[in-house]
Design a protein around this ligand. Sequence first.
Ligand code: ATP
Ligand code: MG
Length: 237
Amino acid sequence: MNETSTNKRPLILKAENVHKSYRMGATRVKVLKGANLSVREGEFVAVIGASGSGKSTFLHILGALDRPNEGDVSFDGHYFSRMGARELNHFRNEMVGFVFQFYHLLDELNVLENVYLPAMVSCGVAGWLGTRGAAKARARELLETMGLQDRIRHKPYQLSGGERQRVAIGRALMNKPRLLLADEPTGNLDSATGNGILEVFEQLNRAGQTIVMVTHDERVAHRAGRVITLADGRVKS
Ligand SMILES: Nc1ncnc2c1ncn2[C@@H]1O[C@H](COP(=O)(O)OP(=O)(O)OP(=O)(O)O)[C@@H](O)[C@H]1O
Ligand SMILES: [Mg+2]
């Protein structure tokens, strides 16, 4: 979406003064040194930066998969640092969807099962009996929109890279997340296949999906509505 249509929308995600360092033996590597980012509902933001600049680290912190050493992230005005374990799990499972470079699908499960897994996780064993019909129907529908209706009984290892990534996107969307976070979603694909994945993201964004996507490829980044650069541990716009 373009800037004029999104700059009046409410903020959905805000990272404030995020610091992160890793201890490697006796030394401390400072990766993030006061990174700030505000994302409005409906935006498609690309994060670029050199290898090792902290893009994945930042994305993991934005999705509450990792904690900053200093600073905080808020979602809808709720700060992660003030959330308990249950609230954080709820956020990770219901509010945000993740897409990774190497798909992270479960090879023991077929395509359909991989996609509806997040619904199973969110309702627990007892709740699953009541909701599995609707969940399977949604998973089928998502796979259909990705053009994978003829692959639902395949195992991930029986799919091409582009097909696997579309399954991973389906899984990320299963619980209708408010925010989609993607880390190099095209990084393992040839350019034509990667292009197909970017078209899926563009289509989702046109339908209102908020997306933050990490990439090291500027051509990929320019498909997003806004590009920010991570350098020296900070966000330079
Ligand atoms: N768990 C960890 N322990 C120690 N150092 C880490 C850890 N995770 C990341 N780092 C270091 O932090 C820096 C940033 O890593 P990060 O993975 O965020 O970079 P990136 O921008 O995603 O790079 P790439 O484009 O190669 O994926 C790197 O120098 C890396 O070695
Ligand atoms: Mg990375």
